[in-house]
Ligand binder design. Structure first.
Ligand code: SAM
Ligand code: SF4
Length: 318
């Protein structure tokens, strides 16, 4: 599938639930916590049908995300069903990792060999604060379980928030010296609900390079939006994902499917196109319509200019 600007669309991010066991202050409003909008989430068969149609049209890569995908009791079966779709060459998951310890092996066996785990701090008190009650030890156990299960690569996603974790850039990056993991710093995005962060929270990823001048740039990988670096003799890499300071619209190869069955042509636009309940030709034509509605680029984002998305991140999946 190609969009109006010649970009090849091969990547579908599938949000499998809006529910989450944590409530990160940049992602989910406090009043959404504990409510279970999972009643609206699609079934395995519904996800399978939509993802299969997308694969038939040229999607090769899937990412399962949420909300927190591991709160779904059928996540192993759902992962297996999506991994087996003909044409899907690459399937991965993004998770907060806190429920992963018990499920990593089963997920690996179901076809999830690549995983991204969100971890913004190595301080247990700050972890509890940013996730509104999560336990750092649970996330660390999840990372260890992913490595033990043989998942590769294991990527750690850290949202960089000025005044919260910019003093931990070095400690987070140095995880790559001890463990075979990639640590990726992601600029905080002003989307949907985000706690009322002041301008100082939105810091560019260039601060990572300032704090760690020994980082050496590596060749970037096809299909990823991270600029890659490594510390001398490290086992893993450091990635910079810079949606504000260096947006990657010209390379955008993705569509997003929400848990309630809408396609989002662009993360930061308000447009959503329902595909739930559609079948056959009608489903395929609607997916092609979503691709043709991809804008050339999204609105400028900054501390004062917010995304036009009507959904908060926990209802999109990142
Ligand atoms: N619950 C899973 C997790 O936390 O990894 C998957 C869903 S979460 C919405 C996906 C990613 O979006 C996470 O890495 C999270 O840190 C990131 N994210 C959420 N809100 C964000 C924001 N306002 N700016 C930048 N990244 C954000
Ligand atoms: Fe939940 Fe992930 Fe959002 Fe945190 S970032 S509230 S873990 S969906």
């Amino acid at each position: 599938m190609q969009d109006l600007y010649g970009r090849k669309i091969e990547y579908l991010r599938v949000s499998v639930t809006d529910a989450c066991n944590l409530c990160c202050s940049y992602c989910m409003p406090e009043d959404a916590r504990g409510k279970c909008p999972c009643k609206n989430s699609m079934s395995i068969d519904e996800f399978h049908e939509i993802a299969s149609a997308a694969a038939k049209l040229g999607v090769k890569k899937l990412r399962i995300t949420g909300g927190e995908p591991l709160v779904r009791s059928d996540i192993v079966e759902l992962s297996r069903a999506l991994a087996q779709i003909p044409g899907i060459e690459d399937i991965a998951m993004t998770t907060n990792g806190t429920l992963l310890a018990d499920k990593a092996e089963a997920l690996f066996e179901a076809g999830i060999h690549r995983i991204n785990i969100s971890l913004d701090t190595l301080d247990a008190r700050k972890y509890s604060e940013i996730t509104r009650g999560g336990r750092l030890a649970d996330a660390i156990s999840g990372i260890k379980a992913a490595l033990e299960a043989g998942m590769k690569p294991v990527k750690i996603n850290s949202v960089l928030i000025g005044g919260f974790n910019d003093d931990e850039i070095e400690a987070l990056a140095r995880l790559t010296e001890y463990y075979p993991v990639d640590v990726r710093f992601i600029e905080l995005m002003p989307i949907g609900h985000t706690a009322p962060y002041g301008e100082n929270a939105y810091i560019p990823n260039s601060v990572v390079l300032e704090k760690l001048p020994e980082l050496r740039e590596l060749e970037s990988e096809k299909g990823t939006v991270a600029r890659l670096y490594s510390l001398p003799d490290a086992k893993g890499r450091v990635g910079l994902i810079s949606p504000l300071s260096n947006h990657f619209c010209s390379q955008c190869n993705r569509l997003r499917l929400t848990a309630d069955g809408c396609l989002k042509p662009c993360l930061h636009s308000a447009e959503e196109i329902n595909v739930r309940g559609l079948h056959g030709d009608e489903l395929e034509q609607t997916i092609l319509t979503a691709v043709s509605h991809k804008p050339k680029m999204h609105v400028e984002l900054s501390a004062t200019e917010r995304s036009e998305s009507q959904r908060s991140m926990y209802r999109i999946g990142g």
